[in-house]
Ligand binder design. Sequence first.
Ligand code: IMP
Length: 221
Amino acid sequence: MRADMRPERDSRPPRQDRQPYGEQRGRGRYGEGQERPRYGEQQNGAFDRNGRGERRFQRPESTVDAATALRERVAELGAQITADYAGKDLLLVCVLKGAFAVMADLSRYIRLPLDIDFMAVASYGASTKSSGVVRIIKDLDSDLSGRHVLLVEDIVDSGLTLQYLLKNLRGRRPASLEICALLRKTGIESVPLDVRYTGFEIPPEFVVGYGLDFAEKFRNL
Ligand code: IMP
């Protein structure tokens, strides 16, 4: 990974230049009468907002832009999850291999004592399309009963993989079971899924990097 792409907390700007979770406030960068851009719209241009005020992904101009947008959004998700799960016994379940990158970053933005576990799945079928027939290659070490489980996924495409996983994990009687997906493709036929935390909605194109592969390559981009 190139140094300029690394999503390190240390690479954030000095504290007075950081943006709070919401719009920027109290800075002199935008003059009188100039409209202050909303959080995420300035600098990298990697996302804007749809009519409902939700983030909508725009093609970033460079990998550095994408890295910045990812880091900021994952930090926001971490803050949201921290608030939602305060006082609860949280278990993060990483769906390998694709979710390893978001899991590593997200877990460090969640300011709670939590457990982490991993499961590896593979879907049968062509390399760029999920068949919905999922094979568990590595199962969890943890017992889920009575735990608050948050499933961390890289991307929801047809939703078939998650549909299978939810059914499987629900049978293990967790206290709660929610999904955090970094990316969700829109404008495609997909199974209805209640994804509690979504990083970005993206167009239905095949994407790689930040854990996502094509034929096992490019996860490191
Ligand atoms: P689904 O079952 O169609 O939702 O597909 C989910 C899985 O397919 C993800 O966990 C990824 O492993 C893989 N996948 C779906 N879309 C992409 C993509 O655009 N790039 C890389 N992998 C993808």
